[in-house]
Ligand binder design. Sequence first.
Ligand code: FE2
Length: 335
Amino acid sequence: MDSAPDSHVLGSLPLGRRAFLAGLGAFVTTQVLLPRTIRGNDLSPDLRPLRLGFLTDCHSREEKGAPQALEQAAQLMNSLQPDLIIGGGDFVHGGFYDSGRVMDRRWKVADTFLKKLHTKVEPIIGNHDFYEPILQDRSPSPHDPRWRWKKYFGLHETYRSFSFRGYRFLMLDTVKVVGGANPYRGWIDAAQISWLDRELRRIPANQPIILCSHIPFRTSLRDSFGPFVGPSPGRVRVLNADSVLSRLKDRPLALVLQGHVHINERLQDNGVPFITGGAVCGKWWNGPNMGTWPGLGMIEIIPSDGIKAPSDERISWNYMNLPGAPATPLISQVA
Ligand SMILES: [Fe+2]
């Protein structure tokens, strides 16, 4: 099969009335200072500047020129000299649809790519990273479909948190295997919610949080590209996102980073920026997806040293195309 079912789901639809283009993502630099206070929390003075690389939806495979493009992606990311890279999931292509034998070959392509990066990658799991999650009768497999991702990255769980340069990263697993015609949905399971409650008891109240998710918590996809972009809303967003966001409502949530829908998008909801980071593979290695070309992103966070921030934005976001593509527009919306 040439492209994933996702590409048929999303299609190429025109921009709708609520979306608007807000400049070009490529190589626009903006100086943005993180405010000293977020949601009434005076932030920790230990924060340091952070250059965060974000590459998501690589969909590694042997065909369609993917290995060569991934090589370009590695060179581009290395040239940006990030302090840390967030890998937004879907490192490989086909997890819900292709055999383990095929997926093993694709993990080798991903491995070649990831080994070329000079900076540590902190990964989250995407639906395509799953390994034979569905049986022939379309029911969920009794085996752990996350084992391949866990083994590759040497992680025992697909969700975790860590501190880096004073920021607290929450890395979530947003994929629930349900089987049937729409074999997964965006969902945070009860075990993660319990874990999150425990984590929040030990995370200092003044530590800004960066939440990383494969399936979006917030996206304008339906508004921007038509009311019907898939057979199931759970294919394009986390259905119980509010059960996480409500737990963070009094915390200094600085940023939500998301992947999965392969568009370059920046939303703001209740003051929180939600960035959907395009896709290294664009439209599953078939050119641009709804205007978003193959590329990757860079986030720059500069803690305020007392100077008033020049804008309401907390972070800067730049989406950069792989060589040879025209600039990708940014879909921007403030709720
Ligand atoms: Fe993807």
